[in-house]
Write a protein that binds this ligand. Structure first.
Ligand code: NI
Length: 168
């Protein structure tokens, strides 16, 4: 089921998400809904707080249109290692139509649970590493607007307020 995506400045985007106690069928349905919502948007990542669910889950698919889908689900993720630097022009489904250059680590090592409830460790670089860091931030209530200069932040704020007023 496609869920509604919350947009900045919805206060629920600022809440720190809680760990998932157990990977149940309910959690698997949530992950499916999140994937469906992400593909529908379309986007390459979505965190549970973005659909108003305060749980530590995010989904990512960085495959391009001509590649087979590469859906990854991260439950209770932990970033174990960050290395290097890179800058990407990032977007976020909670900031529609906006993108900004954001500095991130070039490589990440992440541990999480999959939908089968089993832990896995993944080392990623490039866009996948960016997406993991971006989505993991959502679980802490941290948004891309926090990562840009004061001037850009004001500009983003103004654009999003205008959008909210227009009832978009
Ligand atoms: Ni985002």
């Amino acid at each position: 089921m496609v869920r509604e995506i919350l947009e900045y400045p919805d206060p629920r985007l600022r809440e720190v998400a809680k760990p998932v106690d157990e990977v149940t069928d309910e959690i698997r349905v949530l992950a499916e809904d999140m994937a469906e919502t992400m593909y529908d948007a379309p986007g390459c990542g979505l965190a549970a707080p973005q659909i108003g669910v305060g749980k530590r889950i995010f989904v990512i698919d960085t495959a391009t249109d001509d590649e087979p889908s590469d859906l990854r689900v991260f439950i209770n993720p932990e970033l174990l290692e960050l290395e290097g630097e890179q800058t990407w022009s990032e977007g976020c489904l909670s900031f529609p139509e906006l993108s900004e250059d954001i500095d991130r680590a070039e490589k990440v090592k992440v541990r999480a649970l999959g939908v089968d409830g089993k832990p896995f460790v993944l080392e990623a670089d490039g866009l996948l590493a960016v997406a993991i860091q971006h989505e993991n931030d959502h679980l802490e209530g941290v948004l891309m607007i926090d990562k840009v200069s004061v001037l850009k932040r004001k500009l983003m704020q103004r654009k999003m307020e205008k959008r909210a007023r227009a009832g978009a």
